[in-house]
Ligand binder design. Structure first.
Ligand code: SF4
Length: 324
């Protein structure tokens, strides 16, 4: 497996106490595979990604347990200079907000070219040629001329393509994309997501796609891991999960997606809010919002039950949900 996160725990010290942001997360992704990590804000999906990339704010964040194996090496045991080499060259990240991730006073050509100058020791001229090639690859029209433009001269969708180009520059084995299309309008979202999926297949990269939007992942992901309050509550191949969820939280998320074949239907919304990470409810953290919660749910934390070899559900009553 290209990336394996095993029993990862991350805490943050806050004014209100210790926030348990990640509580024993285990997931993996293979070369050429896309894993979608889905959850509401505060579910721990982005914090897990930051821990993988080695960009957690420490303090206040602290990894208190677990392993992150990347191509067989435990990243948590590497020195900071070794981590830095892995970042960018072997794994790269795409963020939601391209405008604040790109340097406003440098041309996009200089920013893309810098990757080749720093990591590959190329001359500025060769690096510029590479920058144009990359811009072509992410289908920026007129790349040879636009390489001299500044980030603010591009539309939101085009800027996100430049972020993808930056991530791909050194042909990393793994890309982590954190809500890569959330800031874009729906049509542009689909174009950027299609491009990302196409490049991922072409380059046989592993892709971890972090999103809060179940609608975005259906066509691009192979597998989904659903997170809630710092844990994985369901994991499954994407089509199995859409067909029959094995966790009430996933069922609620699916029921809240607007569907063209059910026009006029009132949209379902999961009642309540995700818990504060400084006071996660005992037992199943989802129990205050779950319509099928029982006494056991309020006291015992459900383990990730094996549904089939490829599927898991952290619900005491997963069989009822699956067949319900
Ligand atoms: Fe609901 Fe209980 Fe399952 Fe949690 S364990 S999702 S509260 S039924």
């Amino acid at each position: 497996m290209l990336l394996e996160v095993r029993d990862l725990h991350v805490e943050f010290r806050t004014r209100d106490g210790v926030a348990r942001a990640v509580n024993g997360v285990t997931y993996g992704v293979d070369a050429g595979e896309t894993l979608a990590v889905l959850g509401e804000s505060g579910s721990g999906k982005s914090v897990t990604a930051q821990a993988i990339m080695g960009i957690l704010d420490t303090p206040p964040g602290r990894i208190t347990g677990g392993e992150i194996l990347f191509q067989g090496r435990d990243l948590l045991k590497l020195r900071e200079d070794e981590r830095r080499k892995v970042r960018g060259a072997e794994m790269a990240m795409i963020f939601q907000d391209a405008l604040s991730s790109l340097n406003p006073v440098l041309t996009v050509g200089d920013q893309l070219g810098e990757m080749f100058v720093v990591h590959r020791g190329m001359s500025r001229k060769d690096a510029r040629t590479k920058a144009v090639e990359l811009m072509d690859r992410v289908r920026i029209p007129g790349a040879a001329a636009r390489v001299r433009d500044y980030p603010h001269q591009f539309s939101g969708g085009m800027r996100q393509r430049i972020m993808i180009a930056m991530a791909l520059a050194l042909e990393p084995a793994l890309i982590i994309a954190d809500e890569p299309t959330t800031a874009l309008d729906v049509t542009v979202q689909a174009q950027v997501m299609d491009l990302l999926a196409e490049l991922q297949r072409e380059l046989t990269m592993g892709l971890v796609l972090i999103t809060h939007d179940l609608g975005v992942v259906a066509d691009v992901a192979d597998r989904i891991a659903v997170m809630y309050a710092g844990r994985i509550v369901e994991t499954a191949p994407v089509h199995d999960l859409y067909k029959a969820p094995a966790h009430p939280y996933t069922r609620g998320l699916l029921d809240s997606i607007p569907r063209l074949d059910q026009k006029g239907r009132e949209l379902y919304a999961i009642k309540g809010l995700p818990p504060s990470l400084t006071s996660i409810p005992p037992g199943c953290a989802f129990h205050p919002r779950c319509t099928t919660a029982r006494d056991l749910c309020r006291t015992d934390v459900p383990p990730l039950h094996e549904v089939t070899g490829e599927r898991g559900s952290a619900c005491h009553f997963w069989t009822e949900c699956l067949h319900g």
